[in-house]
Design a protein around this ligand. Structure first.
Ligand code: PGA
Length: 254
């Protein structure tokens, strides 16, 4: 499939009853939806992964929101890529700004997670993007993050990686005025593309999906994702509402 819509459910869906409710609404929406070129990925908290793999129709891929780079051992509280793969996960979000902010995650760690995920056969969704203070300098920030996080990722593996431009200041924005314009998103896309072309060559770079994330809704998806030439979206809040989420998926698909 050429396009992607990814739901980053973050630390939501607290009870089993909420999960069942979400699942039944999601399946209902999915029934009326046949997408031609867009793959749907849902990334719930770890604790719901196995159930979603089992209960969501196979046309929806399931991903985790984080991973640890070692395979097994004395790493209290961590989950490995082998564990994720073993229960049927296909994707993993890496380097999300909330992990960088609240858990002090740096590019070096993201790179270790990237290499471990690729080795295991998980597809990494790498988040890059500037914070508010770095907005005027975002090209440099994005290129630096890509250089660090994709260190030692070779030509044969890069095609498995999805790159998501997520300006930190646009995540959970309260008003459409706080979103980047289609031109701003397009110019970030071109910075990412240029990096990929220089490192991997044009032919391979074209195969890497570049998507946008940050307050995407059915109202904002056209300007943020389509007008900017992105191949999909990473969606936080709106992924918690299956009706809205599938509505966005249909818009991306067309
Ligand atoms: P949002 O979150 O859609 O709620 O802004 C996106 C994200 O953080 O991935």
């Amino acid at each position: 499939m050429d396009k992607l819509i990814i739901g980053n459910m973050k630390m939501n869906i607290v009870t089993l009853a909420e999960r069942e409710h979400y699942l039944s609404l999601f399946k209902k929406e999915l029934k009326g939806c046949s997408l031609k070129e867009t793959e749907i990925v849902l990334c719930p908290p770890y604790i719901h992964l196995e159930t979603l793999v089992k209960k969501i129709p196979k046309k929806v891929a399931i991903g985790a929101q984080n991973v640890f780079w070692e395979r097994e051992g004395s790493f209290t509280g961590e989950i490995s890529s082998a564990m994720l793969k073993n229960i049927g996960c296909q994707y993993v979000i890496l380097g999300h700004s909330e992990r960088r902010k609240y858990f002090a995650e740096r590019d070096g760690e993201v790179n270790l997670k990237m290499l471990a995920s690729l080795k295991t056969g998980l597809k990494p969704i790498l988040c890059v993007g500037e914070n508010k203070n770095q907005r005027n300098n975002n090209n440099v920030i994005i290129a630096q993050q890509l250089k660090n996080c994709l260190k030692d990722v070779n030509q044969s593996r890069i095609q498995e990686v999805v790159i998501c431009y997520e300006p930190v200041w646009a995540i959970s924005a309260n008003s459409p005025n706080h979103l980047p314009t289609a031109d701003e998103i397009m110019s970030a896309r071109l910075v990412i593309k240029k990096f990929l072309v220089e490192k991997y060559g044009l032919k391979i770079a074209e195969k890497v999906k570049i998507i946008y994330g940050g307050s995407v809704s059915a109202t904002t998806v056209r300007e943020t994702c389509l007008d900017s030439g992105m191949r999909g979206a990473l969606i936080g809040k709106a992924s918690l509402d299956p009706y809205e989420f599938i509505k966005i998926a249909k818009i991306i698909d067309n």
